[in-house]
Write a protein that binds this ligand. Structure first.
Ligand code: DX5
Ligand code: ZN
Length: 217
């Protein structure tokens, strides 16, 4: 299956965001929105006014990656702003994971479950069937421009194998340090959606960078 590319606007030009969104409409499959609260992660990115501004220009689906405590508080708001995919960290949700996944679906969005690199990938297995996609962080959530953690490939393979075994086709999204140098191994390991921030927006030709990620060699 063809990879889907979800550029993260964390590395976009916020002083000219409209221009970058128009570019993504043309070249990308999904717009990845990294929402950070300064508590779940040691950084603050942007919040719903920015999501609303993006929603007015976006013609491709918006994917909100919530790096916040209490993700359950923001399900309705995301749905109202036209977010199509909403993911949250299992570390932030704990016992509430199944309930939040169900609530995201009940609000008409695709529900995604995320784990940081230090969380066993097996923690995702009980939610196969309850999540529409899984997001494996290949860096610790919080900042763009970090180095890809190579052990992530084994984690993707393990999740892919379990999904196959259970006949589930939920895509695996990968986020952090993704670039043209690791896209092929990510695809071969079973990734279906690649998030990329700096490797797209810092490229001389972001459209070309997106096409290269989609057809990696
Ligand atoms: C990290 C974010 C990522 C990040 C990706 O907390 O979830 O989406 O912006 O940026 P790069 O591709 O630069 O690692
Ligand atoms: Zn992200």
């Amino acid at each position: 299956m063809q990879l889907q590319i979800a550029p993260s606007i964390l590395s976009a030009d916020f002083s000219n965001l409209g221009k970058d969104i128009e570019m993504l409409n043309k070249y990308a499959d999904i717009i990845h929105l990294d929402i950070m609260d300064g508590t779940f992660v040691p950084n603050i990115s942007f919040g719903f006014p920015v999501v609303e501004a993006v929603s007015k220009i976006a013609s491709i689906p918006m994917d909100a990656h919530l790096m916040v405590v209490h993700p359950e508080r923001w399900v309705k708001r995301c749905a109202e702003l036209g977010v199509k995919m909403m993911s949250f960290h299992q570390e932030a949700a704990k016992d509430d994971t199944a309930g939040i996944l169900a609530d995201i679906r009940a609000n008409g969005m695709k529900a995604g479950l995320v784990i940081n690199p230090d969380i066993p990938v097996e923690n995702l297995f009980p939610y196969i069937g309850q999540a529409d996609y899984f997001l494996i962080m290949s860096v610790f959530a919080g900042f763009g421009g970090q180095k890809f953690i190579p052990e992530s490939l084994e984690r993707i393979k393990a999740l892919k194998a379990e999904l196959k075994r259970r006949g589930n086709d939920a895509p695996i999204e990968v986020d952090g340090g993704v670039n043209a140098g690791n896209a092929l191994s990510l695809k071969e390991s079973g990734a279906g959606i690649l998030v990329a921030g700096s490797s797209v927006f810092n490229a001389p030709d972001p459209g070309e960078a997106i096409s290269m990620l989609r057809n990696p060699r």
